[in-house]
Design a protein around this ligand. Structure first.
Ligand SMILES: [Zn+2]
Length: 369
């Protein structure tokens, strides 16, 4: 996810923190300081660390449920409204998605129940902002809030996935996602209205929910279109390559002559050695000059896929948005094409503009009737 950075690895799952989560922490710390000085700020920070742990446990609830179905989780990103566990693949069985989506909020309910067993159940409603209420009690209340909030039926919340899974039983995955995304955007609109006339934080959440719904619908549409296609169907086959002995000045010539922005560096045997991006090229021109060997500034960790592999394999590699391109090789290992995020975007435009886009059919393939 863009605007996030890694903070650690747990059992092969990379923990990432989104910038907005840190802003949220700063905001909480600042608000406490303004209310009661450093003591309050310290208490606020301890509370936040505990809250942070609860959000992580929530995400590991998803991870544990997913691993039951053999689905790995490459990373978890923490956001102000919770976290997002990025599953390697989305289970096609609605029942599995339902269990995975509910596992997170269930963890918060369990934490809240355990805390209430320790501190005793409250006689009346809890005022979360009141510093006089014990920290554990506040933590319990916040966990209940997290569980309820995450069950709002809108992507990217767990409730959106629950809704999609329930709809997918009846209308299939792609149409279920569309319907769930529409419900989610209506919810976002409602939250936005509430935000306008009440708590401005709701406006922020509404924007987030709106974007989440749109991006989930887009991702599912993309997967639906790419199903049944091979890498060879979508790859770029006409492109300029650079020799490993080339200099950045040669690459700059190529940049002017072509519309390409990513240049594969290919040796005499047809093996991809790396990819030089336009940005890296410009940076090298500025920092080390036109005589810099391209091999020194190219991106080396470019994954390869076979031309007969499913397009979905290439899409899942491009999903986190950090790769400039993927190399496509034939059976002999020679580079025969490249796939870039831009050309995938073009393919999507073409596929969705066709009179009968196959947005539904392929998704019924793995699901039980
Ligand atoms: Zn969750």
């Amino acid at each position: 996810m863009a605007w996030s950075f890694p903070i650690g690895v747990v059992r092969g799952t990379v923990l990432r923190v989104h910038v907005t989560f840190l802003l949220f922490l700063l905001w909480i710390g600042g608000a406490h300081y303004a209310q009661g000085g450093w003591d309050a700020a310290l208490e606020g920070i301890v509370f936040i660390v505990l809250l942070f742990a609860c959000v992580l446990l929530h995400e590991f609830g998803h991870v544990a449920a997913a691993s039951r179905y053999g689905v790995r989780t490459p990373d978890i990103t923490l956001l102000p409204i919770g976290g997002v566990a990025r599953l390697e693949s989305i289970p096609e069985q609605p029942a599995q998605e339902l269990v995975i989506a509910l596992a997170g909020p269930a963890v918060n309910v369990a934490i809240a129940a355990a805390l209430y067993l320790i501190v005793g159940f409250p006689a009346a409603g809890i005022e979360v902002q009141n510093a006089g209420v014990g920290m554990l009690e506040r933590l319990a209340a916040v966990n209940l809030f997290l569980a309820l909030f995450n069950l709002i039926p809108a992507f990217p919340m767990d409730g959106g996935r629950v809704l999609r899974a329930l709809l997918a039983y009846r209308m299939g995955y792609a149409r279920g996602t569309q319907a769930a995304a529409t419900v989610g955007q209506a919810v976002a609109f409602g939250l936005g209205l509430l935000g306008l006339f009440g708590n401005p934080i709701l406006l922020f959440i509404a924007l987030f929910v709106y974007l989440g719904a749109a991006s989930e619908a887009h991702a599912v549409q993309m997967r639906a279109v790419s199903r049944g296609m091979l890498v060879a169907d979508a790859m770029i086959t006409r492109f300029e390559t650079l020799d490993p002995t080339a200099h950045v000045a040669d690459a700059a010539d190529c940049l002017i002559r072509t519309t390409q922005r990513e240049f594969p560096v290919v040796d005499g045997g047809g093996t991809l050695r790396g990819v030089l991006t336009r940005d890296d090229m410009i940076r090298a021109l500025r920092d080390t000059g036109p005589e810099t060997p391209v091999i020194d500034v190219m991106r080396r960790e470019i994954p390869l896929v076979g031309e007969r592999q499913c397009l979905e394999d290439a899409l899942s590699l491009l999903r986190d948005g950090t790769l400039p391109a993927i190399g496509v090789v034939n059976a002999a290992g020679r580079l025969v094409g490249v796939v870039t995020p831009e050309n995938i975007g073009e393919m999507m435009m073409i596929q969705t503009a066709r009179p009968n886009p196959s947005t539904d059919g392929p998704w019924r393939r793995g699901t039980t009737p």
